[in-house]
Each structure stands twice: as structure tokens, then as C-alpha cells.
Design a protein around this ligand. Structure first.
Ligand SMILES: N[C@@H](CCC(=O)N[C@@H](CS)C(=O)NCC(=O)O)C(=O)O
Length: 231
């Protein structure tokens, strides 16, 4: 049996929008591993109960069940050492852990405030009440209040991307000449937004735009072909 990934979907089964699942899919492509995805909704807790928790990504690889995108990345690196490296050695793994944490805190946290109402609009009916309730509790505000000032808030969000601009001014990817897991950790956040929201996160003259474009084209346009909004 091939590798299987439980992948967050919207109302349409092929609208796949989790930033964490995108990281995992690109890591699998990078390793050249074939996989099948299972569309999963927020309230399908029973479907992944075998993993002992309630979030995706979850992968089944033979006898191994692994969840959490960072844990999956380290699992793939260690289980498939002869395939192209995701981290480029122990030092790279350590630095990538920081990039991953920065993406989780600064990017996921910044982007969700710009697109959360668009996420709600694309969810399967059975997920909507759960999503609204859990997120409004988390943010302490209605979803509509959170995105109301997004035209202003996106300006501050773009400023947080300055380290990425510094990086792409000197080299094509976080991984150097070729993409690595640090690229996927950051790119997954932009792909999440593209798949679920028409709201423009970047301006065309931003050097981050070109970096994102090259990842949309990677692996024969794997991420670029996914259902989402045009950029
Ligand atoms: N730290 C986890 C986060 C996973 C996560 O939060 N996944 C979301 C989808 S983007 C989820 O499954 N949420 C379920 C819920 O909110 O009930 C990772 O990196 O995989």
C-alpha cells in the first residue's frame, strides 16, 4: 500500500488549503515519494482517531502513523536518507526548525487575520459552526471583525516579510540554489491563502512574489495547478 495523507479540504473535495498539509505534500514531492491524499474536514475527527489526535496532516506510511507537519518532515528525512535531503544535514535541520517556528507564529498568525472570513466561506457546511465557534473563541472576536481592517493590516503583514526579502536578494531559496523544507514551511502559508482567498497578500514588485512563483512552478507546477485563486 502506498503512502497516504489526510489533507484538509473545503466544501469542494479538491480545495486543499491547510498550510501544514502543503508543507507535507511538498516534502513528499521533494523526496520523490508517491502518495494518495484523503480529503478531510475539520469535524471528521473519527476518520483520524487512529492517530490519537484531531489535526491534519496525518500520514500512514506502511506501519507508521505520523502527525504534525514538522514531525512528518523529520520522519521523512530519517526514513528516506537516500532521497534528496529536506534539511541539508544537522545544522540545516536546526535552522529549519527556527524557520518553521517563525512561519507558524508570524506568517500563519498574520495571514489568518487577513483571510479568516474567506476560509469560512469555503468550508463544507458541516464544518462552519465548529470553525466559527473555535476561532472566535481563540481570537476573542467575531471573524468579520478580524478581517474588517485587512486593507490596513496587510501593510504591517508585508513588513514582517523583510527577512525573506533579504534572503531572496542574495540567493534563490532558503535552501540555497535549490528549494528545501524551509522554503516549503514558508511557502505553505502563501499557498494556504491562494487556495482559499482572493485577497492579495503580496504586490507584484515584491521580491517575495518571484520566490513564491518559482515554488508554484516547482515539481512540474504541482502547487500552481491546485485549485485556488489566480495571483
Ligand atoms: N502543528 C500542527 C498544526 C496542525 C493543524 O493545526 N492543522 C489544522 C488544519 S490547518 C487542523 O487540523 N485543525 C483541526 C481543528 O482545528 O480542529 C502541524 O504542523 O501539523
Amino acid at each position: 500500500m502506498g503512502l497516504k495523507l489526510y489533507d484538509l479540504a473545503g466544501a469542494e473535495p479538491d480545495r486543499r488549503f491547510s498550510p501544514y498539509c502543503w508543507r507535507t505534500k511538498l516534502a513528499l514531492m521533494h523526496k520523490g515519494l508517491a502518495f494518495d491524499t484523503v480529503p478531510w474536514r475539520f469535524t471528521d475527527k473519527d476518520a483520524i482517531a487512529f492517530s490519537g489526535q484531531g489535526r491534519v496532516p496525518v500520514i500512514i506510511d506502511g506501519d507508521h502513523v505520523v502527525f504534525d507537519s514538522w514531525t512528518i518532515a523529520t520522519y521523512l528525512e530519517d526514513a528516506y536518507p537516500d532521497r534528496p535531503s529536506l534539511f541539508g544535514g544537522a545544522g540545516g535541520r536546526g535552522v529549519t526548525r527556527f524557520v518553521n517556528a517563525w512561519a507558524d507564529g508570524v506568517l500563519v498568525g498574520g495571514i489568518v487575520r487577513l483571510i479568516v472570513t474567506d476560509i469560512l466561506a469555503h468550508l463544507h457546511e458541516k464544518d462552519r459552526a465548529y470553525f466559527r465557534e473555535t476561532r472566535e473563541k481563540r481570537f476573542g472576536a467575531t471573524l468579520e471583525t478580524i478581517t474588517a481592517d485587512r486593507e490596513t493590516n496587510v501593510v504591517a503583514f508585508r513588513k514582517t516579510l523583510e527577512p525573506v526579502r533579504t534572503m531572496v536578494a542574495a540567493q534563490p531559496y532558503f535552501g540555497g540554489e535549490l528549494p528545501a523544507y524551509a522554503d516549503y514551511a514558508v511557502f505553505g502559508c502563501f499557498q494556504w491563502a491562494r487556495c482559499i482567498s482572493p485577497f492579495p497578500l503580496l504586490t507584484k514588485d515584491d521580491p517575495v512574489w518571484a520566490w513564491r512563483d518559482s515554488l508554484l512552478s516547482a515539481f512540474d507546477g504541482f502547487a500552481g495547478k491546485a485549485l485556488g485563486y489566480p495571483l
